[in-house]
Design a protein around this ligand. Structure first.
Ligand code: G4P
Length: 537
C-alpha cells in the first residue's frame, strides 16, 4: 500500500548528500513529550546509550536538549540547536525548538530552517493551543507534517476521535502508517500498515532501552490479540476509507498527514517514526531566494543564520550562530561572504552543538546545521555564500505584546548596558524600540512572551555584567506605522510611537479600544497589523 519516494541515486556528491538529509523539528504543546521523544529518537539512532533519565523533567538535568540554568530550573527548553545522527542510509538533523510559548519567535526561526515537522500530540489532550499555533506556522511555510499520537501507554482519547479532531482543526487528512493495537492505556503494539504486520512492543528497562519488538503476521496477531487486533484493523481501515491510503504527494503538498502512534517514554513506536522520516520526509532540496528563484543544492555553498545564541554554558561563554546549509559543501575554514555587510570571514570554528555536546564539524551539506562559534557579527536572517551571491528571505519578527523600559542599575556601567542590549537584540532574544523622547538610557524592550524579559535580565547580569531594572509599560499591542504618526500620538494617552532597529516604526497601544479610538479620530494614519503571514502569538 505504501508509496516510497523515488530518491535520486544519481547526481554529484552534493546532490547525493542532500538526498540523504532529513531535516525536521518536533512541534508540540509543552509536556506532550517532545524532549522524551528527542531522546528516544537519539537512542534509536544509538547516539546516546540509554534515554536520559526520562522518568521526570525535574530530574532530567542531563537531558540532551536542556542546558541553560533557567531552563533546568523551570524544566523548559529555550535554546535551539541541532542533533545530527545517521540512521539507515540517511543523515537526520533534528532541530530543537523551545518548549514554551513565550519563545515562539525562536520556534518560528527554527521552522524556517527545516523541511518537515513532526506534530506530537498527547493522546489524552488532543490538539492543544500551542500545537495549533505551531501548526499554523508550519502551514504558512508549507511544511509537510507527520503526526505522532504520543503517550498511548496512558488512558486517553479514542483514536478515531483524535483523527476527527485532526481533520476538523487542521484540515489535514490523517493517513495512518501505524495504528495502535490496544486502547490508550493498554498499548500492546501497532499494526504496521506499510509492512502489513503486527509489531508487538515490550517494555525494556522501563523505557531506558529500545523497546523489545516482535513481529507477527496479521493471522498470528489475530490469534494473539483477538478483538484488539480486529478493532485496530477496523479503525485504521475506516480512516483509510474516508481519507485514502498514504500518499506521499498529498503529504508533501500539505494536504495529508501520516499518522503514527507512540509512547516516547517507553520507546514504543519510535523506530517506525524514524523509518517514516527516512522514507517519506522531503530531502534537502533547492531553497528559494528573495526573488523566488531557487538555488540548486549543488550550487556553491550558501546558507542562512536562523539562530544566534550566546553564553550557551558556563564552560563555553561564547556566541554561536546557527546556519542552515542550503547549497554546496561547507568546509570548515572556508571563507564565506556575509550578504548584509558584504564582509568575508573564515569559518574556522565550526561546530555541531546540541545541549552541552559540541563537536567540530569539518564539512556539511544541504540540510545540515553548522554552529559558527564567535562569529559575533552574524545576525538572525543573514545569508552567507561563496562565489555567487544570494539573499534568502528574511525571517520576520513577530508582533510584540509585552513592553518594558530597561535602565542600567548602575549608571557607571552604562557602556556595558548598551553593549549588552545591542548584543541581545542582534541575537533576536528581544526586540528593542527607541525614541528621542525616551533617549538611549531607557530603551523599550518588546517581547512576544514575558519570559523573554527574564532571559534578558539574567544575561545582562551574568554575561555583560550590567544588571538592569525593568519597568512595565501598559501597552499590549503594536502596529506598523510611519514617522508621521509620531507627533500625532505624542500627546495621546495610551499610545506611543517608537523606532525599531530594522527601521520600522511601531505604534504601541494600551489595548484594542485605544487603537480603535485613534483609528476613528485619525482615519488617515497608517496602522498595519504586523506581518500578514505572522501568527499573532
Ligand atoms: P515536552 O518536552 O514536550 O515539554 O515534554 P517532556 O518530554 O518533558 O515530557 C513531559 C512529561 O511527559 C514527562 O513526565 C515525561 O516523562 C512524560 N512523557 C513523555 N512521553 C510520554 C509517554 O509516551 N508516556 C507517558 N506515560 N509519559 C510520557 P514528568 O515531567 O515526569 O511529569 P509527570 O507526568 O511524570 O509528572
Amino acid at each position: 500500500m505504501s508509496q516510497d519516494i523515488l530518491r535520486p541515486v544519481r547526481g554529484n556528491e552534493i546532490e547525493k548528500q542532500a538526498a540523504r538529509r532529513r531535516t525536521f523539528a518536533v512541534i508540540s504543546h509543552p509536556d506532550a513529550g517532545k524532549s522524551t521523544l528527542t531522546e528516544a529518537l537519539a537512542l534509536h539512532a544509538k547516539v546516546i546509550g540509554t534515554a536520559g533519565a526520562s522518568s521526570g523533567k525535574a530530574n532530567r538535568k542531563e537531558t540532551v536538549s536542556d542546558w541553560m540554568q533557567m531552563e533546568q530550573d523551570r524544566g523548559i527548553s529555550i535554546s535551539s540547536a541541532a542533533l545530527q545522527f545517521d540512521y539507515r542510509d540517511t543523515v537526520i538533523n533534528l532541530l530543537d525548538t523551545p518548549g514554551h510559548a513565550d519563545f515562539s519567535e525562536d520556534t518560528y526561526r527554527v521552522l524556517a530552517a527545516v523541511d518537515c515537522a513532526v506534530m506530537l500530540v498527547d493522546a489524552a489532550k488532543g490538539l492543544e493551543t500551542q500545537t495549533m499555533k505551531l501548526f499554523e506556522v508550519c502551514k504558512q511555510r508549507n511544511l509537510p507534517i507527520i503526526t505522532v499520537i504520543n503517550k498511548w501507554d496512558r488512558p486517553g482519547l479514542d483514536a478515531l476521535a483524535l483523527m476527527d479532531e485532526i481533520t476538523e482543526r487542521t484540515g489535514l487528512l490523517p493517513m495512518p502508517l501505524t495504528w495502535a493495537v490496544g486502547i490508550s492505556g493498554d498499548f500492546r503494539g501497532v499494526w504496521d500498515l506499510r509492512n502489513d504486520r503486527f509489531a508487538q512492543f515490550k517494555r525494556n528497562n522501563a523505557g531506558a532501552n529500545i523497546a523489545i519488538t516482535e513481529y507477527f503476521t496479521p493471522e498470528q496477531a489475530l490469534e494473539n490479540q483477538g478483538a484488539d487486533w480486529e478493532n485496530a484493523v477496523d479503525e485504521a481501515e475506516l480512516v483509510i476509507d474516508s481519507n485514502l491510503a498514504f500518499n506521499v504527494d498529498e503529504f508533501h503538498a500539505g494536504k495529508a498527514t501520516p499518522v503514527l502512534f507512540s509512547s516516547a517514554a517507553l520507546n514504543f513506536g519510535v523506530k517506525e517514526i524514524l523509518d517514516a522520516l527516512v522514507d517519506f520526509a522531503p530531502q534537502a532540496s533547492p531553497r528559494p531566494d528573495v526573488t523566488g528563484e531557487t538555488r540548486p543544492v549543488d550550487a556553491p555553498f550558501s546558507g542562512f543564520v536562523f539562530k544566534v545564541q550566546a553564553g550557551m554554558n558556563k564552560a563555553h561563554r561564547d556566541h554561536v550562530a546557527f546556519i542552515r546549509v542550503c547549497s554546496g559543501k561547507f568546509e570548515r575554514g572556508m571563507v564565506v561572504t556575509q550578504g548584509r555587510t558584504n564582509k568575508s570571514f573564515a569559518t574556522k570554528y565550526a561546530q555541531q552543538v546540541f545541549g552541552r555536546e559540541r563537536e567540530v564539524i569539518d564539512e556539511a551539506f544541504p540540510g545540515d546545521v553548522v554552529g559558527l562559534v564567535n562569529a559575533s557579527s552574524l545576525r538572525v536572517g543573514d545569508s552567507l555564500f561563496i562565489e555567487q551571491p544570494v539573499e534568502f528571505p528574511a525571517i520576520p519578527l513577530f508582533a510584540p505584546e509585552h513592553f518594558q523600559v530597561a535602565r542600567s542599575k548602575d549608571p557607571s556601567k552604562f557602556k556595558q548596558f548598551r553593549r549588552g542590549i545591542e548584543q541581545l537584540e542582534h541575537e533576536g532574544v528581544i526586540q528593542v524600540l527607541r525614541s528621542d523622547i525616551r533617549g538611549d538610557q531607557a530603551p523599550v524592550l518588546a517581547a512576544v512572551g514575558p519570559m523573554q524579559f527574564e532571559v534578558v535580565q539574567d544575561r545582562m547580569e551574568h554575561d555583560f555584567n550590567a544588571p538592569m531594572r525593568l519597568e512595565r509599560l501598559p501597552y499590549s499591542m503594536a502596529r506598523l506605522t510611519t514617522l508621521d504618526t509620531m507627533p500625532v500620538l505624542a500627546n495621546v494617552v495610551g499610545a506611543e510611537v517608537l523606532l525599531r532597529s530594522d527601521g520600522e516604526y511601531l505604534a504601541l497601544f494600551n489595548d484594542i479600544w485605544a487603537l480603535r479610538r485613534i483609528q476613528k479620530n485619525y482615519p488617515d494614519l497608517v496602522l498595519e497589523t504586523i506581518g500578514s503571514e505572522r501568527p499573532q502569538f
